[in-house]
Design a protein around this ligand. Structure first.
Ligand code: SOE
Length: 382
């Protein structure tokens, strides 16, 4: 029998929806030891929060996250707020002994991330950060192939995450919905929002990074504020690209932008190893492209592996072979993995400490871009 686990969701934006959907679906498809109960949702706007609660089936609403943390009937605090609130909420939740799930990126910067790591480790509470792309079955398969040594020594890692939604100079910045354009709330622009995903996947697949050399640009220098209408300097990076050297000696390039006309969420990575290469594309997320030099030369070539078989990661839980799943399922997988890990008393991944590694790389990228030089990346104990 699955035990009830009471969830408090803080934040009702896009991510709040993806997580709520995952809590509702997980037990229909995964035999997990806990049953997520949608106990309370919290956000400042009472009417919107009530509408959100009705849509997703939350039992109650709150407008002050501190009250949520005080509640005895809450086991898990799920933080889906803008980035500048992650640390304060997570540290208070850890002190209250709650389990914590936090949206990415973990924090505004490395030092703040470290305080969050220390708080959850001191409290000994289960914790995890929602880097959902690890849970795309094709990406999980890539991890398996690399761990099995199929690629051999890795020479190159190449990732990009391209969007085009901020090209219009009339788009305002800040406030509800557009906080991603205000560095005092988001920490940074595409570096923390998009490259954070690419870095999380990369260090999971290819190990730690040793050094980086970056450049960033802000193409639109001034925008009106959403609420005040005042024209203000744009504080975020609109585009960010960097070179990296991994601890295993492989060389890498990373690029992200919100100015790539025609691309809404083009996240791709390619890894070239001694024996084989793999390529993955979020727009075709159920396929893994694989080339193995050890195949007979007559039939050697890129294979497009359709990740829909019961043998593929996570897929036996869904439909029959040949039928696909999508973006929202990555969150269901992440909840399932979290509940399994809690049941076994194991760490869920990525936990705060692992996500802190990404944070240190983000700091090094921003520092490198500001100083126009190579930056060594501080390493974190696993
Ligand atoms: C930004 O547009 C965004 O929603 C990110 O914040 C998410 O993390 C990414 O998965 C999709 O794009």
């Amino acid at each position: 029998m699955a035990k009830p686990l009471n969830i408090a969701l803080i934040g009702t934006g896009f991510m709040g929806r993806t997580h709520s959907n995952a809590y509702r679906k997980v037990r229909n498809f995964f035999n997990v030891p806990y049953d997520p109960v949608l106990k309370v949702v919290c956000a400042r706007d009472a009417a919107k929060t009530k509408a959100f609660a009705d849509t997703w089936g939350y039992e109650s609403t709150e407008s002050d996250w501190r009250k949520v943390i005080e509640r005895k009937d809450v086991d898990v605090i799920d933080i889906c707020t803008p980035n500048n609130l992650h640390a304060e909420i997570a540290i208070a939740a850890a002190e209250a002994g709650k389990m914590i799930l936090c949206e990415k990126p973990l924090s505004m910067d490395g030092p703040q991330g470290l305080k969050m790591v220390e708080a959850v480790e001191k409290a000994g509470v289960p914790n995890m950060v929602w880097y959902n792309y690890r849970r795309v079955p094709a990406v999980t398969l890539a991890k398996k192939l690399i761990a099995e040594g199929k690629l051999g020594r890795i020479f190159h890692y190449r990732a990009k995450f391209l969007q085009d939604w901020t090209i219009n100079p009339e788009l305002p910045q800040g406030g509800n919905g557009l906080w991603r354009l205000d560095a005092s709330v988001s920490g940074s622009g595409v570096t923390g929002d998009l490259l954070a995903h690419c870095i999380d996947t990369a260090i999971w697949l290819n190990g730690d990074m040793d050094e980086v050399c970056a450049m960033t640009e802000t193409f639109v220098k001034e925008r009106k504020h959403t609420e005040t209408g005042q024209v203000q300097k744009v504080s975020i990076d609109d585009a960010s690209a960097f070179l990296a050297r991994f601890d295993n000696g492989s060389l890498a390039t990373f690029e992200s932008t919100r100015y790539a006309r025609g691309h809404k969420a083009l996240y791709t990575f390619e890894i070239n190893g001694e024996h084989a290469s793999i390529f993955w594309d979020l727009h075709d997320l159920h396929r893994l492209q694989y080339f193995d030099y050890r195949d007979a030369s007559e039939t050697r070539g890129w294979k497009s592996i359709h990740i829909t078989d019961g043998d593929h990661p996570y897929m036996s839980h869904w439909w029959v072979p040949g039928l696909q799943i999508g973006y929202e399922h990555t969150f269901v997988h992440q909840v399932a993995d979290f509940l399994e890990a809690v049941g076994k008393g194991e760490k869920a991944q990525p936990d705060f400490r692992e996500a802190y590694r990404t944070q240190l790389i983000l700091d090094a990228v921003l520092k490198s871009a500001a100083d126009h030089n190579w930056q060594k990346v501080e390493h974190v104990k696993p």
